[in-house]
Design a binder for this molecule. Structure first.
Ligand code: DC
Length: 228
């Protein structure tokens, strides 16, 4: 099967909006692969930081990107493991401080170019659910279904707090809210691949909705698409 014939569901949106839950659910429901593109930016940022690379040096980061051996293990948030060059990086990858470093390097064209094909390589039969910021606009513009999830900044900070604490990662609301605000601003206003709904994306505002209701909306979008 040529890559173009393999269906992609693109799910984009800002930090803490709940894309992880939705994309895991969709992948399981359809038996598709899943791409967590944010994790790739997080891993590259962390790898660069650990090697003492200047995180503003996009070319140096771009040279590092292909050398990293990355494996995602586990299908749920609870049993996920992220292995980099055989080491378990899960805990550090998920820290909010790593998200901020990822957002910093993600604004650099050389970094985005270096990760583009790596993301497209996740497109394997029978299909792919892709989670990120530019899945529907840049990485998979031919996606069969494009969803853009949103929620108020306050609610996203609350959700992220719960999520981090559940993973045993220390966090408090006020700094988290500020980190999310700063990250959003950078992700939305960067000149390259800014966070925005793709043309034709279904925008889902999840503010005030419990996860089961969000999944019910996603299910109805799926039913209306040509995918199921
Ligand atoms: O989804 P996340 O929080 O793991 O993403 C971390 C950062 O990576 C995010 O703030 C911006 C960047 N990112 C991106 O620029 N493009 C993507 N497709 C995914 C993430």
């Amino acid at each position: 099967m040529s890559a173009a014939a393999i269906p992609v569901i693109a799910v984009d949106g800002p930090s803490g909006v709940g894309k992880g839950l939705v994309t895991r659910w969709l992948a399981e429901r359809l038996g598709y692969h899943r791409l967590d593109s944010g994790a790739l930016y997080r891993i590259l940022a962390l790898a660069g930081h650990r090697r003492g690379i200047d995180l503003h040096d996009g070319d140096a980061l771009a040279r590092l990107a292909p050398a990293l051996k990355i494996r995602f293990v586990g299908a749920t948030e609870d049993d996920e493991a992220i292995l980099v060059d055989g080491e378990d990086w899960t805990h550090d990858v998920r820290k909010e401080s790593t998200g901020a470093l990822a957002s910093l390097i993600a604004a650099q064209p050389a970094v985005r170019a270096a990760l583009l094909q790596r993301q497209r390589d996740f497109r394997e039969a029978p299909g792919l659910v892709a989670d990120g910021r530019d899945m529907g606009t840049i990485v998979f513009p031919d996606a069969a279904l494009k969803i853009f999830m949103d929620a108020s900044p306050d609610e996203r900070a609350q959700r992220r707090l719960k999520q981090l604490r559940a993973k045993g990662i220390e966090a408090t609301l006020a700094p988290l809210r500020e980190e999310i605000r700063a990250r959003d601003e950078r992700d939305r206003n960067r000149p390259i691949a800014p966070l925005r709904p793709a043309d034709g994306a279904q925008v889902v505002d999840t503010t005030g909705l419990p996860p089961v209701e969000v999944l019910a909306i996603i299910e109805s979008l799926l039913q209306r698409s040509a995918i199921v």
